[in-house]
Design a protein around this ligand. Structure first.
Ligand SMILES: NC(=O)c1ccc[n+]([C@@H]2O[C@H](COP(=O)([O-])OP(=O)(O)OC[C@H]3O[C@@H](n4cnc5c(N)ncnc54)[C@H](O)[C@@H]3O)[C@@H](O)[C@H]2O)c1
Length: 376
């Protein structure tokens, strides 16, 4: 990659931190990075090739500065979002603002400057799959749950189920980007990630944040802090898990092959790593037993909780999301390589090293203690 100048919005988050690791390992790359936080990218803050702006994209001051940075950039990568399911129905206005209204002026700037925008959307734009509307005794075909970028319908639930605020905002942003491409030729790439798992994904409550993080960190927190792993509505929903390393390989290929990546939508997921959330919990406790060398983690308590108790009213879920990754295979010659087991092993070992081995945090408690805590 020769002399490449990129603006990254949301570069202080989970994916941003991994993308910075990859980009700044290359010669000739310079980055204008924007985020409200920088804890995950501290190791890069002194790099002269990173101009980091600790700033809110929603402010008018940021927009004026961004306009100059976008004009000078080869590409703009948007990762900024509020993307935690626990907030979709509890803070719907914040979710709509961060994922839609704050981004519109930035996308308009890209269009005015004719810049290539690489926008991280989500597989949530597919909404509920057709299979979730089919009666349990009805015939389910592949095309009821296999998600194809150009043909699968995007089905949102009712407005009162505010869980769909995130998905709806993301869908409108995709349509806005496509409309700019249609009307003024703005080059774009839309990435729809499906559950990228890796180190630094989310905080652990009570250690370095508060609230309900995404499922990986929720289960890690339960294992480390001796609480039961909680399955929302029994954990029957199925998801595919992609290693963050495989995901970053795909993004780097997009940057290296702009002709193949431009004006495309890519699902990025691993169809071979499909599990129910219940199976994910069972696999994680088994993997954690091997990381800690303590077989009793293999019996760590797993309980079911109703979605309404866990997330509050207005929550519903999608039963199954199976990505077609044919477009990424065809355009980028990309396919994922890491198994679920390997992805979990690497990710959980990093969490264990960070929160148990090298911090002042209490060491992981044994399930005997968990049982007492759960009964208390
Ligand atoms: N991680 C996944 O598996 C996954 C799955 C689906 C979609 N995505 C999408 O990928 C993108 C990145 O996800 P992530 O997992 O890194 O999320 P993340 O929450 O770790 O990172 C998002 C970053 O955006 C920043 N941000 C939000 N609002 C901002 C504002 N107004 N001004 C400046 N910064 C702001 C946050 O501070 C955060 O650091 C998001 O768009 C998300 O919707 C990720």
């Amino acid at each position: 990659m020769n002399e490449f100048n990129v603006v990254i919005l949301g570069c202080g988050g989970y994916i941003g931190s991994h993308l910075l690791d990859r980009l700044l390992a290359k010669d000739g790359v310079s980055v204008s990075g924007w985020d409200l936080e920088n804890r995950k990218i501290e190791q890069h803050l002194d790099d002269p090739r990173l101009r980091f702006h600790l700033a809110d994209l929603g402010s008018t001051q940021s927009l004026a500065e961004l306009e100059k940075e976008i004009d000078a950039a080869d590409a703009v990568i948007n990762l900024a979002a509020i993307c935690n399911p626990a907030e979709y129905n509890t803070e719907p206005l914040r979710v709509l603002k961060a994922n839609l209204f704050d981004l519109q002026p930035v996308i308009d700037l890209c269009a005015a400057a004719g810049k290539w925008i690489i926008h991280f959307s989500t597989s949530e734009v597919y909404g509920r799959t057709l299979s979730s509307y089919i009666p349990s005794d009805g015939e389910v075909r592949d095309d009821h749950f296999v998600l194809r970028e150009d043909s699968t319908p995007l089905i949102m639930g009712p407005v009162k189920n505010q869980r769909w605020t995130y998905a709806s905002a993301k869908q409108v942003v995709e349509r806005l980007i496509f409309a700019h491409h249609y009307e003024s030729g703005m080059p774009f790439t839309i990435v729809r990630p499906l559950n990228f798992f890796g180190p630094r994904m989310d905080y652990l409550p009570g250690h370095d944040g508060e609230g309900i993080p995404r499922v990986l960190a929720s289960f890690m927190s339960a294992l480390i802090d001796g609480k039961p792993m909680q399955l929302v509505d029994g954990g029957t929903a199925r998801r595919t898990i992609l290693s963050i390393d495989d995901a970053m390989d795909a993004v780097m290929l997009m940057l290296e092959r702009p002709e193949q990546a431009r004006n495309q939508i890519f699902n990025l997921g691993n169809p071979h790593n499909e599990v129910t959330i219940s199976e994910l919990a069972q696999t994680m406790r088994r993997v954690y037993a091997s990381i800690t060398g303590d077989p009793s983690f293999g019996r760590h308590p797993i309980v079911s909780v109703p979605a309404e108790d866990f997330y509050g009213p207005g929550y519903e879920d999608c039963d199954r999301r199976m990505p077609s990754i044919e477009n990424a295979r065809k355009q980028l010659d990309w396919s994922p390589t890491k198994s679920l087991e390997q992805t979990l092993l690497e990710t959980m070992a990093d969490y264990h090293a960070t929160y148990v081995c090298s911090s002042a945090a209490a060491p992981a408690r044994r399930p005997e203690a968990v049982g007492q805590a759960a009964r208390a």
